[in-house]
Design a binder for this molecule. Structure first.
Ligand code: NI
Length: 323
């Protein structure tokens, strides 16, 4: 056993402990299985007019991604496409912070930096209905030293740079992803170029037998790697293979539903057919329900990563996970 294995085993023990003090980021370690490799594709600078097509394509393929969003970035940014942020959440993607106006943080005043990050964090929290820990990606990967010392989130860099913003060449972007893919890789893309969106979806098709496409927070969690504030993460080379989250379970009794996350996460739910956000819970104790009510429930961890959803109509046979 080399040092790194020891370190990740220890960290996963910490994560396991964190589960019981309410951080909700841990799970029971298991031996590394020879399952699919994990890879995180990330999209900066959007959302844009191409993002909807990207979300459609990812949903068709069951692939998850991380979106480091901006507020206003020319014709792109969340202010232009507010509904897409909630859709990203509902479809199991991760929302990260790429500043509000896509400014270079090195050289910017402290008050500007604070405002740029806070305004985008506010957009994320509005979209998902509550507070979550976040992850930061500084434009250009340039992080001022003072920010690194004081940040309350990790900085996510990348191990595969497709240079898609420069070339706009679908074939070349596709080849860069496929050629450089490896377990734990973080791939940098931008969803404000048609070529990037097309290349990313082709790469998912080419790699999906060998790789599972996960969010950055899921990549870190599944490999037992830490996500400490102020650290810089380029790729994740953990030795662990923790299991994916599973949907909450429900037990009905005497007009109530008792919801439980097997992963030990807080459970958010709705009874009106909407997909739950962080404003819908967490459930505390049995939930009163009546026959015919449509119950949708998800568990959510401290980084806003959610479990698959449980979808049940009360009084009917339980349906399998709906998303
Ligand atoms: Ni950028």
């Amino acid at each position: 056993m080399n040092n790194f294995r020891v370190k990740t085993a220890f960290l996963s023990l910490l994560a396991f402990t964190a589960l019981f003090v309410g951080l909700g980021r841990g799970t029971v370690p298991t031996a590394r299985a020879a399952e699919r490799k994990l890879i995180a594709i990330t999209f900066d600078d959007g959302p844009s007019r191409y993002t909807e097509e990207l979300l459609d394509g990812l949903a068709e393929r069951g692939a998850h991604a991380t979106f480091f969003i901006t507020g206003v970035n020319g014709q792109s940014g969340a202010e232009h496409y507010p509904e897409l942020l909630t859709r990203m959440w509902e479809e199991g993607h991760q929302l990260g912070n790429h500043t509000y106006n896509h400014i270079t943080l090195t050289g910017a005043g402290w008050e500007t930096i604070r405002r740029e990050l806070q305004n985008t964090q506010t957009l994320i929290e509005q979209a998902i209905g509550g507070h979550t820990e976040t992850m930061l990606r500084a434009p250009g990967g340039l992080v001022p030293e003072k920010l690194r010392r004081t940040a309350d989130a990790p900085f996510i860099h990348w191990s595969v740079d497709t240079l898609d913003w420069k070339r706009h060449d679908e074939d070349r972007i596709f080849r860069e992803i496929v050629r450089n893919a490896q377990d734990g890789a973080v791939v940098l893309l931008h969803d404000n170029y048609a070529a990037s969106v097309a290349a990313a979806l082709r790469a998912v098709d080419a790699l999906e037998e060998e790789y599972e496409f996960v969010t950055v927070s899921e990549l870190l969690r599944r490999r037992g790697a830490p996500a400490e504030p102020g650290t810089s993460i380029y790729s994740v080379e953990g030795a662990l293979d923790l299991p994916a989250y599973v949907a909450p379970t429900v037990t009905f009794s005497e007009g109530t539903a008792e919801l439980c996350s097997p992963d030990g996460l807080p459970v958010y739910y709705t009874l009106d057919g909407r997909f739950p956000t962080l404003s819908d819970g967490p459930a505390e104790g049995p939930v009163p329900v009546t026959p015919g009510t449509e119950l949708i429930a998800v568990g959510v961890d401290g980084f806003g990563t959610r479990t698959p959803a449980l979808c049940v109509t009360v009084g009917e046979e339980e349906s399998p996970n709906c998303t």
